[in-house]
Design a protein around this ligand. Structure first.
Ligand SMILES: Nc1ncnc2c1ncn2[C@@H]1O[C@H](COP(=O)(O)OP(=O)(O)OP(=O)(O)O)[C@@H](O)[C@H]1O
Ligand SMILES: [Mg+2]
Length: 451
């Protein structure tokens, strides 16, 4: 039990490490899924090939060379007539597959140059000569490109043998590697092309969904593999269903408000004919208020869903809000940082801001509006110096028809929908709206939308 748990733990940890170090994109991940086995396979093939085939071939070739060398050296050493032996051996050098055999009288070996890098031919030959040749020798595989020079001390003389390098190694093994590299590059190239085409429809779907979330209508047609097309069709169906339900909501509310307004109009007309008294004035005001509330409900139900996002200059919108608030006697400040052009649904966004500013105007004297457009996000904060909202009441304030200060207020025409509408609009842009404490002492409403 204990070791099993340990293995599980190690596996989980490794898997987490691996997941963290893997790229997050589907394209890169799929490429790795294809490339990793190719590299692994080729690595194994190369390792096995070099280890088994190449090294073995070199061994065999070296052994035959060394056998030749040993036979020449021993024949010479054993010969009684050295002069004859020399002649015969020199004449036989071709038959022994040596390039050249020569004798010289000086009996000293030059220091053998050491090969600069790892050289399989050199090390194999050196080892074999050390074990099989019982004479002092110097092996030089460095100084000539095409041949190997070997000097052996025999009987007070130096025997020089020159061997063609081609005899000692499997010369064209690198062609194998080149072909392997070329074929895997072709494979990876094909994989890249195919993967691109597979991933593009997924990206298009993601973009379409994102745009829909931000309230931007974009052309979309399902494409690509069957599963991706299915997801695309499901997305389109979802979009249609949402649009239908919004339509139904609007139609119903339109009907209700139309019917109620007809009754209210009749009411108003009747009132005009009645003798004017203080009570009738009150009744008239009530009728007007009901009319206004109906308008507000209707706007909430519509939610400006039909409107398209476009490039909007925030400057004039904020300037209009400021002048409205100033006309109502509020000290108002507007600051815009970054690009004043944002991509939003103009009427809806205006309504969102004016809901926030009208709240600030209702509760505070000073208003500060601050818009910041940075890194494709637009953040607008509306501050006031009013009483603010207690943290635990902030979520409640967003509820439709919710007025926190019902007992205190006697104002007319208020529906308690302002913040609910504002949040609806912010969310339909793919953003959010939050309430907090303002440095001015009152409420700070922060809107953050992509744009
Ligand atoms: N700036 C603010 N300072 C203090 N309280 C606020 C502020 N803004 C909103 N509130 C509180 O949140 C409640 C909900 O606000 P909301 O804008 O949704 O409705 P409303 O202003 O009462 O009505 P409407 O906006 O439809 O005229 C308000 O009734 C009020 O109590
Ligand atoms: Mg309000």
């Amino acid at each position: 039990m204990q070791p099993l748990r340990l293995i599980k733990l190690i596996y989980a940890r490794l898997a987490r490490r691996l997941a963290a170090s893997l790229p997050t994109g589907l394209f890169a991940r799929s490429l790795i899924i294809i490339i990793a086995p190719v590299i692994l396979l080729q690595g194994i093939v190369v390792a096995v090939f070099l280890e088994r085939h190449w090294a073995q071939a070199t061994d065999t070739l070296s052994a035959s060379i060394v056998a030749g060398v040993v036979s020449v050296v021993e024949t010479y050493d054993r010969a009684d007539n050295k002069l004859d032996a020399r002649r015969i051996l020199i004449a036989q050098s071709d038959a022994l597959l040596f390039q050249n055999v020569a004798f010289s009288a000086d009996a000293s070996l030059p220091p053998a140059p050491v090969p600069a890098r790892f050289d399989l031919v050199h090390s194999t030959l050196q080892n074999l000569l050390e074990t099989r040749l019982g004479y002092p020798f110097a092996l030089d595989t460095v100084s000539a490109e095409e041949s190997i020079k070997l000097k052996v001390l025999v009987d007070g003389e130096t025997l020089s043998i020159i061997i063609s390098r081609a005899r000692a190694s499997v010369g064209n093994w690198h062609i194998f590697l080149v072909w392997m590299l070329i074929s895997s590059l072709i494979l990876i190239g094909i994989a890249v092309l195919f993967l691109r085409n597979q991933i593009r429809p997924i990206l298009t779907l993601a973009n379409a969904a994102e745009d829909f979330g931000k309230g931007r209508e974009a052309e979309y047609k399902p494409r690509g593999a069957r599963e991706v097309r299915r997801a695309g069709l499901a997305f389109m169906e979802m979009k249609r269903r949402i649009a239908r339900s919004v339509d139904q909501r609007t139609t119903m509310l339109n009907g209700v408000s139309h019917d109620l307004r007809t009754v209210l109009t009749r009411f108003k007309l009747s009132l005009a004919f009645v003798e004017q008294m203080p009570e009738t004035a009150d009744l008239k005001r009530d009728v007007d208020e009901m009319n206004q509330m109906l308008d507000a409900y209707l706007a909430f139900a519509k939610g400006d869903i039909g409107e398209r996002a476009e490039r909007v200059d925030l400057g004039p919108i904020l300037a209009a809000l400021k002048s409205d608030a100033e006309r109502a006697g509020h000290q108002t400040e507007v600051v815009i940082t970054g690009d004043p052009i944002a991509i939003v649904r103009p009427a809806a966004f205006k309504r969102l801001l004016s809901n926030l500013v009208s709240n600030a105007a209702r509760y505070g004297d000073r208003i500060e509006i601050d818009a910041e457009h940075k890194a494709r996000w637009l953040t607008v904060t509306v501050d006031d110096d009013g009483p603010g909202i207690a943290p635990d009441k902030r979520e409640t304030a967003f509820r439709p028809f919710m007025r926190l200060d019902e007992a205190r207020t006697t104002e007319e025409g208020r529906s308690g929908l302002g913040l609910a509408i504002a949040r609806d609009i912010a969310r339909s842009h793919g953003g959010e709206i939050t309430l907090g404490d303002s440095p001015l002492g009152g409420l700070r409403a922060t809107v953050r939308v992509p744009g």
